[in-house]
Design a protein around this ligand. Structure first.
Ligand SMILES: NC(=O)c1ccc[n+]([C@@H]2O[C@H](COP(=O)([O-])OP(=O)(O)OC[C@H]3O[C@@H](n4cnc5c(N)ncnc54)[C@H](OP(=O)(O)O)[C@@H]3O)[C@@H](O)[C@H]2O)c1
Length: 344
């Protein structure tokens, strides 16, 4: 007997990846239901070797569903997550709508799996922003070893982080450049093809963007509120895979070699760090993979205890779908929820 799982946003970048990952990792399901907007009723999506026909989120009855993996945007999550939760179905949401709610755990299983047990207040668990997820996976083992004081991070984020419309815009603009057609920017504020954009999400009053703010507050909530962090988030013309250049200042000394050994043992991390041309990971190589890759670990000579490193991960997997399925695995493995059909 397994869990009845609904995937809300099943036609999207993250939703399709969720269906793949549920099948790949053989999550114990009794049934999987694909949900999307009215635009997609009847649209076929794959789940392992099966084809599912999408149903309309608005008319689906969640009473006998155990888990809803949701990736349908903030507005949908704000409206629907509490309603679904009230039916006793645990929502694992990928949007930013619930992340900072004190009654909603924000979980990256490699870092704070225990927090998942706090889902009972609202029956909602939040998945962090894609750039935060890979960052905290990299930081956690180093924080345990030498206590992080301050982090400076610059991101190089792929267009798939802006959904399927973001990917379409990079594709069509790139094509337009080659055939000398006029370029149209709808999803991004400036041209993304053969360019990059130092703005992700909206501007806040202090001049930071909301994406940069999210990285600060989410890292504090997941890892440690005492860590100081400043971020610059940049959209780059890469389809899948977010990269981050991370400067870390520690309370205690930690050599690059020690950090390399610690990270080699860390859950979810793969270290590829050869000091030779190509001895590091790029987003193209991380796409489709589960790991958070760490390369270019070196000493920061400008501070007393500092390291610099390069971190790359598939934003649709660890940054979203994989993390959500891992949270569902925590709920199942720790028996925090029981399948309703079994209980009945
Ligand atoms: N992409 C990433 O790297 C990433 C990482 C972390 C978190 N997230 C978050 O995950 C969410 C989805 O991202 P995405 O990249 O998968 O976007 P996407 O490719 O644009 O897909 C959006 C999905 O939401 C569905 N949807 C939209 N409006 C809906 C409605 N009113 N009712 C039901 N379903 C609705 C869409 O269905 P239709 O096809 O029917 O329109 C589609 O399945 C967003 O909140 C995003 O911030 C994304």
């Amino acid at each position: 007997m397994g869990y009845k799982v609904a995937v809300a946003g099943a036609t999207g970048n993250v939703g399709r990846e969720m269906l793949d990952i549920l099948a790949e990792r053989r999550f114990p399901v009794s049934e999987v239901v694909a949900l999307a907007s009215s635009r997609s009723i009847g649209t076929e999506v794959s789940f392992g070797d099966k084809i599912l026909k999408c149903r309309h989120l608005d008319t689906y009855d969640f009473s006998d569903t155990d888990i809803c993996l949701m990736s349908a945007g903030g507005d949908v999550a704000r409206e629907w997550a509490p309603r679904i939760g009230a039916k006793g179905c645990v929502v694992i949401d990928n949007s930013s709508a619930w992340r900072m709610d004190p009654d909603v755990p924000l979980v990256v299983p490699e870092v704070n799996a225990d927090a998942a047990a706090g889902f009972t207040k609202k029956h909602i668990i939040a998945n962090p922003n894609c750039s935060t997820a890979q960052l905290v996976v990299a930081l956690k083992p180093l924080h345990d070893a030498a206590k992080i004081k301050r982090v400076v991070v610059s991101t190089y984020q792929s267009v798939s982080g802006a959904g399927k419309e973001g990917m379409d815009e990079l594709f069509s603009q790139t094509r337009s450049v080659f055939v000398s057609d006029p370029l149209e920017s709808k999803k991004f504020p400036k041209r993304i093809a053969f360019n990059l954009i130092p703005q992700i999400d909206v501007f806040m009053e202090d001049g930071f963007t909301k994406e940069e703010w999210k990285m600060v507050v989410e890292t504090k909530k997941i890892l440690d509120p005492k860590i100081k962090l400043v971020a610059t988030c940049v959209r780059v013309p890469v389809f899948i895979g977010h990269s981050e250049a991370i400067n870390i200042e520690f309370e205690n000394p930690l050599s690059p070699e020690e950090a390399r050994n610690i990270l080699r043992e860390a859950p979810g991390v793969l270290v590829i760090d050869k000091h030779e041309p190509g001895g590091y990971i790029t987003p193209h190589e991380a796409a489709g993979e589960d790991a958070t890759y760490i390369s270019r670990i070196r000493d920061d000579p400008t501070v007393e205890n500092g390291l610099v490193l390069w971190c790359v991960s598939d934003n649709l997997r660890k940054g979203a779908a994989l993390n959500a399925v891992q949270i569902a695995e925590v709920l199942a493995n720790r028996k925090l929820i029981t399948p309703k059909q079994k209980a009945a």
